[in-house]
Design a protein around this ligand. Structure first.
Ligand code: PBG
Length: 349
């Protein structure tokens, strides 16, 4: 069709697919629709841009360890560190000065045991870290990951019996961990264990103990994903036997995401998270369409490390690729993006 040369009125003598495509009035009627007009300059493009990424959308995940003066780079996550609380406070100050509204805290305990008891200890790594950060930078939102896998000797996210992760037995532990985080001053608790009923169990524990203002950001839709690989190195929480497929979701399922999201709303979650983000943009979109709560998306460790590895090799432009990824996560429907790139993105915006 492009090759077909025809005599026509106007300046075009070549049959133009753009022009003819938009008309069903026959070939003589030319459409004036040309989407390229609005791409002609950066000013024009920014005026019609549909998705705006903002520093307010970001949350920065960090890893806390016991000790003093520790700033240990995580090999599989270049640019991310395990930080002792003194160093973590410096990091949190930087995050706050960059305008990022919050951090998500993960902790590495002194000792691991069958029930992950440091996870709910008043002097656990997270509880100490929350108290220090909230006293130094009260305006920064502190979100805590509520899970057992970093704290258990077997590396699973719950109580184990005969190789099975027991759902209802785990709930009281999860609620106890969340309550201890709230008592330390966490603004938001974020359960990532994927036990059924944990949002309700946490909400009940918070309400009965006077923490009705502590919000719950539920990892409502969390897949059993290989993209968590680098994180499990960072947090030393790979399961010692088996995998997490009996509690985290099957990557092939999309309708089930809505079942999970609606359940968590019923159990009174305040924010719904989808995790991972990049291979699950359709899920982010579906959850956004099906619900009215803020939707968070977790751009997980494997997504970060892939970009870092390719960029280090000079194969991709780290800044451009990262900004494209962030924009696509936002465009899919995320209101909040949890990302190890948060500080970089804040500088690049
Ligand atoms: C703990 C937890 C994990 C992540 C966040 N919380 C690991 C897992 O579920 O195996 C992954 C985060 C990342 O990969 O960046 N349950």
């Amino acid at each position: 069709m492009v090759n077909m040369i025809k005599q026509k009125r106007g300046r075009f003598s070549v049959s133009d697919p753009v022009r003819s495509r938009h008309t069903n009035q026959g070939e003589s009627e030319l459409s004036n629709i040309r989407p390229r007009r609005l791409r002609s300059s950066e000013t024009m493009r920014s005026m019609v841009r549909e998705t705006q990424l903002s520093v307010n959308d970001l949350i920065y995940p960090v890893f806390a360890v016991h000790g003093q003066g520790i700033r240990e780079e995580i090999p599989s996550m270049p640019g991310c560190f395990r930080l002792s609380i003194d160093e973590l406070c410096k990091e949190a100050t930087e995050v706050h000065l960059l305008g990022i509204p919050g951090i998500l805290l993960f902790g590495l305990p002194e000792i691991k045991d069958e029930v992950g008891s440091e996870a709910y200890s008043e002097t656990g790594i997270i509880q100490e870290a929350v108290r220090s950060i909230k006293s130094e930078i009260p305006e920064l939102l502190v979100i805590t990951d509520v899970c057992m896998c970093e704290y258990t000797s077997h590396g699973h996210c719950g109580i184990i019996c005969d190789g099975d992760v027991l759902n209802d037995e785990t709930l009281s532990y999860i609620a106890r961990i969340a309550l201890s985080h709230a008592e330390a001053g966490a603004d938001i608790v974020a359960p990532s264990d994927m036990m059924d009923g944990r949002v309700r169990a946490i909400r009940d524990a918070l309400e009965t103990n006077g923490f009705s203002n502590t919000a719950i950001m539920s990892y409502a839709v969390k897949y059993a994903s290989a993209f968590y690989g680098p994180f499990r190195d960072a947090a030393e929480c790979a399961p010692q036997h088996g995998d997490r497929k009996s509690y985290q979701m099957d990557p092939a399922n999309a309708r089930e995401a809505i079942v999970e999201a609606l359940l968590d709303i019923e159990e009174s979650a305040d924010i719904l998270m989808v995790k991972p983000a990049l291979s699950y943009l359709d899920i982010i979109h579906r959850v956004k369409m099906a619900t009215n709560l803020p939707v968070a998306a977790y751009n997980v460790s494997g997504e970060y490390s892939m970009v870092k590895a390719a960029a280090t090799n000079g194969w991709i432009d780290e800044r451009k690729v990262t900004m494209e990824i962030m924009t696509s996560i936002k465009r899919a429907g995320a209101d909040i993006i949890l990302t190890y790139f948060a500080k970089d993105v804040a500088r690049w915006l």
